[in-house]
Design a binder for this molecule. Structure first.
Ligand code: FE2
Ligand code: FE2
Length: 286
């Protein structure tokens, strides 16, 4: 569970609200903390672009989490976990994340991205038989529901939510959860300022927006762009996490220009609402 400063928000009227009427709460939530880790791009030659060190960056990020008292409940890995779907990279990732989960006392969940290979992802990260069907999941942190969807279109860089995935979501959020729902998938439903990335965002986001009407989804989190971005799909806020492998220069506009960098997202859900903060991980300059 989150640390003590974080926990002061839970169920207390002291001291800031003493003598005043408590504001109405949309969700009777307890505190939940997620750490989003996106676009790891593990590769056997450790080179996603010149000088990048994806594995070193991931390890540095996890070590940083171990050094500070963030006490996350869940680590959510939002896709492009292995750069070319290499089974050895998934084995390596599973071992790294198993050790991190044990030391942090957090659950780890995995979402696929366009660089991932569904059968190998299933086999090594989920312990399931290899299968090419979309990887859709529901996890719980007490009363908080975390729905993970597969936005991958096999052989394509852009994302879509297949009919079976939208049906899965419809079923998953048919009844409200005590603390609401966080929805995670790889391709952002909002455009990047970098044009080539905007072209390969989630297509047909309007279909998703229709499913979300009247549900308890409090936040959408995605990755893919390698730069942070905040937006909304209808009334639901959308957070696009920065990547661990490298960062995208948003000023490149018409081209994809990668820069060294590594960052994680800290996502807190409290009675006061939702906050997202970026944790920058110091990594070496190539
Ligand atoms: Fe990526
Ligand atoms: Fe991607």
């Amino acid at each position: 569970m989150p640390g003590s400063a974080h926990r002061t928000l839970r169920g207390t009227t002291e001291p800031a609200t003493a003598g005043r009427t408590q504001p109405a709460r949309a969700f009777p939530v307890t505190d939940h903390r997620l750490i989003q880790i996106s676009d790891i791009h593990l590769s056997s030659d450790d080179l996603e672009f010149a000088g990048a060190r994806p594995r070193d960056n991931l390890v540095a990020g996890l070590e940083l989490l171990g050094e500070v008292d963030l006490a996350p409940d869940m680590l959510v890995l939002t896709g492009d976990l292995a750069n070319t779907g290499d089974p050895l990279c998934y084995q390596d990732l599973a071992e790294i994340m198993h050790r991190a989960a044990e030391s942090l006392g957090a659950v780890v969940v995995y979402v696929p991205g366009n660089h991932d290979d569904r059968p190998e992802f299933r086999r090594h990260l989920l312990g399931q038989p290899p299968d090419r069907a979309p990887i859709n999941q529901v996890h719980w942190i007490d009363g908080l529901r975390v729905v993970l969807l597969d936005s991958v279109v096999i052989g394509q860089e852009h994302g879509e939510l297949a009919e079976e995935t939208l049906a899965f979501l419809r079923d998953a959020v048919a009844e409200p959860a005590a603390d609401g729902t966080v929805l995670a998938f790889h391709h952002p439903p909002i455009p990047s300022p970098v044009e080539p990335m905007a072209e390969i965002m989630l297509h047909h986001g309007d279909r998703l927006a229709e499913v979300l009407v009247g549900t308890d989804v409090r936040l959408i989190i995605s990755g893919h762009n390698h730069h942070e971005e905040l937006g909304a799909l209808g009334p639901v806020p959308v957070w696009v996490s920065p990547a661990t492998a490298y960062r995208m220069d948003i000023l490149s506009r018409e081209a994809v220009h990668a820069l060294p960098g590594c960052a994680l997202s800290q996502i807190d859900l409290t009675p006061a609402g939702v906050t997202v903060n970026v944790i920058h991980v110091p990594v070496g300059t190539p």
